[in-house]
Design a protein around this ligand. Structure first.
Ligand SMILES: Cc1cc2nc3c(=O)[nH]c(=O)nc-3n(C[C@H](O)[C@H](O)[C@H](O)COP(=O)(O)O)c2cc1C
Length: 462
């Protein structure tokens, strides 16, 4: 009898989603935080080393091309993330490096160059969190009178990714001949124009740089509206998402995997990572006290402005201790064009929990609608395991509410429990982000022997 091949047990993917002082909006006021180091590159290199020592798959930095938060009360992140990750790349060897970049406010050729360079410099560890930018304040920074509509943003995003992937593919893997004797550096027959001519974008190519170690960076996505899910099913290899409840996360998970299969893709090659922002204490009481300590540092004015920006209406006419009239949030997800899915998550919190104004502001202070979990390391590990084994997650976006401290605490207390349970790696088994996520290296769509790889197949299926 032939021995059964040893199958690798399914393991979690853990991504460290970093806000420089922590995700809690008031973390920068806490005496342990270091907002004075927001522009200090060594600060982020330390974060990278901490995440790598704990064997995280990747570190992730969000971004937007506008001053979005009310900077009067919030230590706004300051460094452009692709530049920042390049610096972290030089201080680490295995950690994946994921940055947000907007398809609404970049041009494909420029952006393709930035991520290609990050993938080369890091030896194959780059990932691109593809967003359409949910906030309208960016438009005026780019000469536009209005933020493009939701549907138009996603239509451009599809073309954008097609063009960028084609640029990355435009040099076949064996295009560089490096024949010094004959004086031939590259084979022009293996370097292709892409001739993308769509409704929103025209890009001729070819690209001006060779194919990268991963073939191309991992495509990550973070929008969960109907358009966002369609986009994710077609292109995304990893998905960041925000859910409060197991049942909602399960429904999202099943929907995305189904959509991916509908595009002829292998659903296992789409990793779904909900956010969790854990306040960890040695006892439950200590964890709750920690959360309370941070909530007491919030400035209501900041939260009220955030709600106004997101929902387009105000809560200022209400007392902070007054319950929020439910009808205010009844149609919230339908009336706003910005960040639709997050607006729905928050409207759901209001409908279920019926908070006072202050209660809602505290609820959002932790992680802007992401799931805040308060408990002991065992309890954090339990909820992670429950979601992972009940069809709700392939891993998590771990969002430390405070930094320094929050990432280290998770790494030293929760990670060992997950490792003991066989749910998380104790060593890296590969060197690229694709290796960590268990994703194949895509073949160039221009390779003469190419079988069509997943994102191009999706494009072809359009
Ligand atoms: C974990 C996570 C990270 C995100 N990071 C960014 C970001 O860096 N920049 C941005 O403009 N939007 C970011 N978003 C927002 C999404 O791109 C998107 O606008 C939002 O989820 C609403 O998507 P929808 O319009 O498809 O509903 C993020 C969302 C999630 C869940």
């Amino acid at each position: 009898m032939t021995p059964r091949p040893e199958t690798q047990p399914r393991q979690l993917n853990l991504n460290a989603f970093i806000y420089p002082s922590g995700h809690h909006e008031a973390a920068w006021r806490h005496p342990d935080s270091r907002p004075d180091r927001i522009y200090d590159v060594s600060y982020y290199q330390e974060i990278g080393r901490t995440a790598e020592a704990a064997k995280f798959d990747a570190v992730f930095f969000a971004d937007g091309p506008a001053l979005r938060q009310n900077v009067k009360h919030f230590a706004a992140p300051g460094l452009e993330p692709i530049t920042l990750l390049t610096a972290i790349a030089t201080a680490t060897t295995h950690l994946g490096l994921i940055a947000t970049a907007s398809t609404t406010y970049y041009e494909p050729y420029n952006l393709a160059r930035l991520f290609s360079s990050l993938d080369h410099i890091s030896g194959g560890r780059a990932g691109w969190n593809i967003v359409t930018t949910g906030t309208d304040v960016a438009a005026a920074n780019f000469g536009l009178d209005e933020h493009p509509a939701h549907t138009d943003r996603y239509a451009r995003a599809r073309e954008f990714v097609d063009a960028v992937v084609a640029l990355w593919d435009s040099w076949e893997d064996d295009a560089i001949l490096l024949d010094r004797a004959a004086g031939i550096y590259a084979d022009p027959d293996k370097i292709h124009e892409i001739n993308h001519a769509g409704e929103h974008l025209r890009v001729r190519g070819p690209f001006n740089s060779a194919r990268t170690p991963q073939g191309y960076p991992v495509l990550v996505q973070a929008g969960a509206s109907n358009e966002g899910r369609g986009f994710a099913g077609r292109y995304a290899e990893a998905i960041f998402t925000a859910h409060q409840r197991l049942t909602d996360a399960q429904a999202f998970y099943a929907d995305i995997k189904r959509r991916a299969a509908g595009f002829g893709r292998n659903p296992d090659h789409v990793k779904i990572l909900p956010g969790i922002s854990p306040f960890i204490g040695d006892t439950e009481k200590e964890a709750k006290a920690l959360e309370q300590e941070f909530n007491e540092l919030t400035v209501p004015e900041y939260g009220l402005t955030q709600v106004e920006k997101m929902f387009g209406f105000s809560l200022r006419h209400l007392d902070l201790d007054e319950p929020i009239p439910l009808e205010l949030f009844a149609d919230a997800g339908d009336v706003t064009d910005n960040e639709r899915s997050r607006v729905q998550v928050i409207a759901g919190i209001v409908q279920r929990e019926k908070p006072t104004v202050h209660g809602l502001l505290h609820r959002l202070a932790g992680a802007r609608g992401h799931r805040v979990f308060t408990g002991t390391p065992e309890q954090v590990a339990d909820t992670i395991e429950e979601w992972f084994t009940h069809g709700a997650a392939d891993g998590f976006n771990v969002m430390p509410p405070l930094y320094p401290g929050g990432l280290e605490k998770f790494a030293s207390t929760v990670v060992p429990i997950l490792q003991d349970r066989g749910l998380f790696r104790t060593e890296y088994t590969g060197t690229t982000l694709r290796d960590h996520f268990g994703l194949p290296r895509p073949e160039s769509q221009f390779a003469s022997t190419a079988t069509i790889s997943e994102p191009q197949l999706s494009a072809a299926a359009r």
